[in-house]
Design a protein around this ligand. Sequence first.
Ligand code: EZ4
Ligand code: CO
Length: 399
Amino acid sequence: MTKIVAATTIVTSPGRNFVTVRISTSDGLVGYGDATLNGRELAVVSYLDDYLLPQLIGRDAHRIEDTWQLFYRGGYWRRGPVTMAAIAGIDVALWDLKAQAAQMPLYQLLGGASRTALATYGHATGRDFAELADSIRAHQEKGFRHIRVQSAPPGLGRIYGVHDGTPTQSGLPVVEQWDTPAYLRHAPRMFEAVRSEFGEELSLLHDTHHRLTPIQAAQLGKNLEPYSLFWLEDVTPAENQEGFRAIRQHTTTPLAVGEVLNSAFDYLTLISEQLIDFVRSSVTHAGGITGLRRILDFAALYQIRSGMHGPADISPIGMAAAGHLALAIHNFGVQEYIAQSASVHDVFPSTHEFRNGNIHVSDHVGLGAWIDETAAAGFPYERSFLPINQLADASVHDW
Ligand code: EZ4
Ligand code: CO
């Protein structure tokens, strides 16, 4: 039996915070998993250090499913982002170890490759159309064939997807602004301008970031139909899964949901009633490869495809895990991909490559991504928050 002899967390902040799980075995191997939960990183670290990792010592490293069930079922308090990110970090580290022991790249253990490379999308953004058009062109030059477009309705200051969430000097969350009627007028105009400049072939995506009611979302989807989106994302908060029935009755614009969802139960109605087209959950936030594969196999029964969340708050270790799973499944859709800074790459060496709009998963044994602990130690944790969002009357709105 290959025993787990050590399991620790590593927190580092090369420009933003990342949480990494490191597991060592009696046969001398070390595996890594990403457990980063943006703006709540240390809650996951405590969940791991205080509760889960002590239970791993002495366990058989190869019992991945059994360990997943131990921490999901055995923890009594199920689901939720903190729990499922913690389980993800452990699950991916165990898959990394198993693949290293088998001397194979991880995707081989998941059934082997179903495709040659992974099509990605990037984020084009601009305060106005001229800036957005430049950003779209810059993405096309990097080879992106799928591009998410976001721009600000006139009159709004800081809004999601256009301005970054750099913390204020007080160290408290940045406050962004929102105006639903202004947004509903602006979005179709933005797409009209983008289509007339860039033509019909470019694959376009857009993120509404949970801000509309179901009937507003239905109206938006309908108004965007002439522009043939690849997907419209998170139109309304998905904890009301039934709300998507109204949206679906009114529009044929494809819908993507789920970057904040972390179990198959969060998708039960959305998937079984075919209310969505793409599953946005990531390996890092949905219980690892074991957890997300369950959701994606369920989705596959209904021709629903993956659109895994891949923001900069998922580490290169998390992105490598996403790549192996995406390469192996049949129902891959597209992979979100945001370039990381040089310091992130110094801390997290990885062997997958972004080339010409695609991610190429490497044939390195295991995950093919790890952490350089010496480099990581140069970037200590810095508290940071996601922004919050408010209306003109200062009431809180969904972010
Ligand atoms: O707001 O990753 O589609 N991408 C997104 C992201 C999320 C952040 C939250 O941590 O919506 O920008
Ligand atoms: Co999103």
